[in-house]
Write a protein that binds this ligand. Sequence first.
Ligand code: GCB
Length: 603
Amino acid sequence: MKPNFALALSVLLVLAATAFGQQQTDLLTNVRGRSVVSLNGNWQIIIDPYETGYYDYRYQPREDGYFKNAKPKNPGDLIEYDFDSAQQLNVPGDWNSQDDRLLFYEGTIWYKKSFDYQKKAGTRLFVYFGGANYVADVYLNGQKLGHHEGGFTPFNFEITNTAKNKDNFLVVKVDNKRRRDAVPTLNTDWWNYGGLTRSVTLIEEPETFIQDYVIQLKKGSLDEIAGWVKLNGTAANQAVTIEIPEAKVKNSVRTDANGYAAISFKSRLQLWSPADPKLYQVALSTGSNSVSDRIGFRSIETKGNDILLNGKSIFLRGISIHEESPLRGGRAFSEDDARMLLGWAKELGCNFVRLAHYPHNENMIRLADEMGVMVWAEIPVYWTILWDNTETFENASKQLGEMITRDRNRASVILWSVANETPVSDARNKFLKGLIDHARSLDPTRLLTAANERHYADATTQVVDDPLGQYLDVLGCNEYVGWYDGLPEKADGLSWKVSLNKPLIISEFGGDALFGLHGPKSQRWTEEYQKDLYEHQIAMLRKIPSLRGVSPWILTDFRSPRRPLPHIQDFYNRKGLISSAGERKQAFYVLQSFYRELMKEGK
Ligand code: GCB
C-alpha cells in the first residue's frame, strides 16, 4: 500500500498548529482590523428585577418573553412592556453609573437595539460583544442566538441568516446576579457593574475568512516567527499570505481541510520593549479576505530568579489597576479611559501594570502595546471559588481561553495569572493546575503566575511556599504588612524566605488613605499613614533577593460594596495612590521616587 503523504502532511500540520496553541473556538479576533458597523450608542432598556420578561407566573420560561419585542396590534391587546418608549442607556457602559436608581442594582436588565442592515450576497454577518457582565442571553428578531457567561471576555454569534434588511431588533438579557458557583463567586472587593459594558459591533466577512491567528516570536528565539492561522468557512486548501512590509517579509502557507495552517519563518525584527515599543503592521490575506494588525515581537522567559525580556534581566516597576474610570465613575471602556489610567501609571515611573482582577477591555491592552507598558492579565478566580464544581472549572477555563484568544498577539502581555488569594487545598491546587495547563496549551510563549499568599514561620519570618508555585513561572505574592497585618514599622523586622528558585513579584501591598485627610502618621486613613506604610514597605522589599517586580495596591480609589465607613470610605476602597477625583496622595510621590531610584540603578 502506498503511504498517504497528503494525509500524513495534514496530520503533521494540525499537530504543529496544536503545538503553537490553537483553540477550537468561534471567537473572531482583532475586531478592529475587520470590516465593522458599530451598534454602540443608546439602547432601550427594561429593568426586570423579577425576570418577568423571561418567566411566567408559574416561573416557567415564557414563549412570549421580552425578546419578542411585541407590540399591541389592537387597542384591546395586553402587552405590559414597550422597549420603544422605555428608558435608554449608553452602550458601552455599565448601568450602575448611568442612573442613580441602579447604583447597587444586581439583577436582570433587558437591552434592545433596532437597526437596518443591507444584506449582501456572499457576505456573512456576525454580532460581536466586547463584554457583558455577567450572563448574556442574546436574541435577534425574536430568535435566540445564544448565551454567554463571564463578565469580562468577548463573544460573538453568526447572524447571516437571522438578520433582515430592515427593522432588526437585537435584544440582550443581561443578568449580573452574583452566584456561589460563578467566576467570580459571591464575594469580591470590587463593584459588580452590570450591563453591556463594552462595544457591540456587527462584523462583515466573506464566505471563507481569517478567524484567528498567532504571529509571535517562537519561544526561545529572537528571530524566528511561529504561529498559525485559522480560516472559518468551507473553502479548504487556501493560500494565506502573511506580510510585514516594513521588514520585507512575505510568507505564504496553505490551510488544511480544517482551515488551519502552521506559520514559521525567520526574520530579524526590531524587538518590542518598554523603551522602544516597536509595532509592525502585519497583513494576512486569503482570497478576497484580509486582516491587518499591529504586532510587537519580543521574548519573555525566566532563568533562576530572573525575568528576561529579549534575553535581558528586567525589574517590573508596576502598579495594580481596576477597570474603573475614577473621574467619570463607572467601568472604564474607552481609549480615553485607557490613556488616562496608563498615563498615570507612566507618570509614576511604571514599566508594568497588573490589570486586576479580570480581563480588562481591549483598548487597555492595545494602548499598553503602543505605550510600552508590560501587562499582567488575569481572570476573576478570586478568593473562594467552588473548587470541586466541574461547571465552575469549565467556566473559569473558558474565560481564560477567551482572554488568551483575544490577547495572545499583544507584546505587552507577558504574564497570564490564573488566580488571586485562593486558599490552599488539594481541590484548589487541582483546579488551578488545570487552568495553568490550559493556558500553556493555548499560549506556550508567555509566563504563568498567580497572586498567592504568604505565611509566618515565626514572628519575623515570612514564607512564600504555596504548592502552586511548582507549576508557575513567576511567583506572585500579596501581603498587607502595615495595614491588615500590624503597623507600618512591622515591615522593618521581617525577613523573607522563598522556597523556590523563581522570580517573585509582590503583587499587592498598600493601605487606605482619604485624599486631603491629614494627621500624624500613626493615624489610620490619613495620607501620612499611607505614605509611612509605603516607606517601610519599600525598605523591606529592597531586601528580598529574588524580588523582580512589584505592583502595589492600587493606582486609584475604586468602588467597593465592602467598604461602608462613613465619611472615609463611603463605598470606596481608598488604597489608591490617586483619589477618585484624580488627586495624587502623598504615597504616590514615595512610589514615584522609588521607581526613579530603580531606573537610576538600571532596573
Ligand atoms: C486584596 C485583594 C484586593 C483587595 C485588597 C484590599 O488582597 O486581592 O482585591 O481590594 O486586598 O484592599 O483589601
